[in-house]
Design a protein around this ligand. Sequence first.
Ligand SMILES: Cc1ncc(COP(=O)(O)O)c(C=O)c1O
Length: 414
Amino acid sequence: MNSSDSVSRGWQLLATRLVHAGRPDVVQPDGNAQGVFVNSPVSRGSTVLFPDLATMKRNGALRYEHETIYGAMGSPIQHDLERAVAEIEGGTDTQIVSSGLAACTTALLAFTSAGGHILLPDSIYGPTRRFADTMLRRFGVTTTYYRPEADIEELAGLLRSTTQVIFAESPGSHTFEVQDVSALADLAHDVGAKLLLDNTWGFGVFEPFRHGVDVSIQALTKYAAGHSDAIIGAITVADRDDWQTLRDATIQLGQLAGPDECWLTLRGLRTMSVRLAHQARSTLECALWLQTRQEVHQVLHPALPGAPGHEIWKRDFTGAGTVFGVVLKDRYTSRDMERMIDSLKLFGIGASWGGFESLVLPTSGGISRTAGDMLAAPAFRLNIGLENVTDLCADLEEAFSVLESSAHERLSGV
Ligand SMILES: Cc1ncc(COP(=O)(O)O)c(C=O)c1O
């Protein structure tokens, strides 16, 4: 298998499931056949009417079965998306929520309580970190940050008798450290804690529940929606008790997603394997090209041999994503890098990733670390879209000449 196949294999393995998962069934629950649209139609509503109180009560008792007695408990199209995501993640039940961030915060609220302690990787998505440092702290939950590359002995030393959750994000936001999720799961379970994983990068190419994860979190905003036109998240579990805990929390918090976002996401899922197989190959090609550039100190892409986390990626993942990091040589300053980024023509300057279009974002300076070192040299993150990869590399090449001129002017005092 060549390296390009290794990043796209997982998406190809998923192709059939992505086309069929969560589609309306031509056989109704009562066994009667019915004609259905290929795609779930958008269903809008708040009040649900029942023929009598007994039916209303029966449906209310079924809320753990993704039943709706009121629109705040989800709509039929949300439940179709939940079935699809549960199947792709390999879990039993999924709760769709309003954003990827809401998926992180809702899961943390569901599985912690006052007096509890959690372990978060230092590489975690910034807004999740802020939630732990502010709101969770106010509610009496204490956080310890761990180095994402820490070994199990180091992590074991951070556990407390009150540890309720170990949170993982693999690879980490911006710096792309790959974590040994199975080992983290064993560690969490040994002390009766839950392992929560932000599996957004690994959607479809990392099977969380086979690695002992209890709760898998997705920003569906990225790969699933795929067109940078929806914000939506998902939380998936594989255990009935965890599902009850989660469902109770999401109903109490009023968490759901609008029908249009669910529809856009289901639509995005149908083409995800083609988009992402293509994008993953272009991403690797671009990363390999960047490795040859003299301006670049390091390319942080887990599928590159020698990159941080590569061995675990090779062992645990069936494919790779579209976003990765680039660390420049320390001869350049942040100002040189900013000039370079401003000169790019095909890469949009913007947050997020996983969409059909290429994006760039500076990472050094904007991230906080308390358990380990910050990136010392200027660094940026690229999302590789569906553009021709030769065009993208040509754009980067021109921008590198802007980077070099900026450094030259500065160093020669021009
Ligand atoms: C790893 C990760 N998790 C969660 C989120 C939050 O997703 P959303 O933008 O849907 O809130 C992001 C967004 O960039 C992310 O990168």
